[in-house]
Unconditional design. Structure first.
Length: 232
């Protein structure tokens, strides 16, 4: 694991935006398309607001966007990960509608929603060479996407997408998530870690804790970690 440290979230996001833009140029030149999985949560909002200013506008037509997890709410709900990305990023760029592959959190039952999204991924990303970049955040309990400690998804080894439940008290408990085995297949894994409340679990991971989802992912050795947490 490589760790890049920054003074604040804006500096972190600016660096990540530049790396995404460079990677997109490389992949479009090499194979004609760039595929990126977006993260939900609060941390990437700054990145999404910066990205349109640094990303080559002509590349959006060659860019396909996917999601790492979703809350089971309609896309216009204030807790929707797609909705957050739409407000901060999608509404400010020109990208073909067919290039946006959102998780349908409103589909019931949630098992069907997960199965439908797995078919989407298998249609578009069956070739590992097309799995260019996944963006992830980390919760203060060490969860990534909606893979939570002790949850169903942490034990999954075959499926790419699962319906899960977040711990009680979380914003929207019913969710859909990519699984760790699928996440680990991406050529680039950017983990954005911001907020002093996450310092404790981050310290444990650096000391070798591999029991939490973030620790398990980092143990794969393929994560580039960006953080503004001080004193670690």
């Amino acid at each position: 694991m490589e760790i890049l440290r920054f003074s604040d979230l804006h500096a972190l996001s600016l660096d990540v935006a530049g790396r995404i833009s460079s990677l997109a140029r490389e992949e479009v030149k090499r194979k004609g398309v760039f595929n990126m999985v977006l993260s939900g949560g609060k941390t990437p909002m700054t990145l999404y607001s910066i990205l349109p200013d640094l990303y080559p506008p002509e590349l959006w037509s060659r860019t396909h966007l996917f999601w790492g997890d979703e809350r089971c709410v309609p896309p216009d709900h204030r807790e929707s990960n797609y909705g957050m990305a739409h407000r901060s990023l999608l509404s400010r760029i020109t990208i073909p509608e067919g290039n946006i592959h959102r998780m349908e959190g409103e589909v019931k039952p949630v098992e069907r929603a997960a199965e439908r999204y797995e078919r989407v991924l298998r249609d578009h990303l069956s070739d590992p060479e097309r799995r260019d970049l996944i963006l992830l955040g980390m919760g203060k309990d060490g969860h990534v996407a909606s893979v939570f400690p002790g949850g169903r998804a942490i034990r999954e080894r075959k499926r790419w997408v699962l319906p899960v439940r977040a711990p009680k008290g979380a914003p929207v408990e019913e969710r859909i998530t990519l699984t760790l085995p699928f996440i680990e297949t991406f050529k680039k894994i950017f983990l954005l870690l911001s907020g002093e409340e996450k310092a404790g679990i981050f310290s444990s991971i650096l000391e070798g804790d591999k029991d939490c989802p973030a620790g398990m992912l980092i143990a794969s050795g393929r994560v580039l970690l960006f953080t503004d947490i001080k004193g670690i």
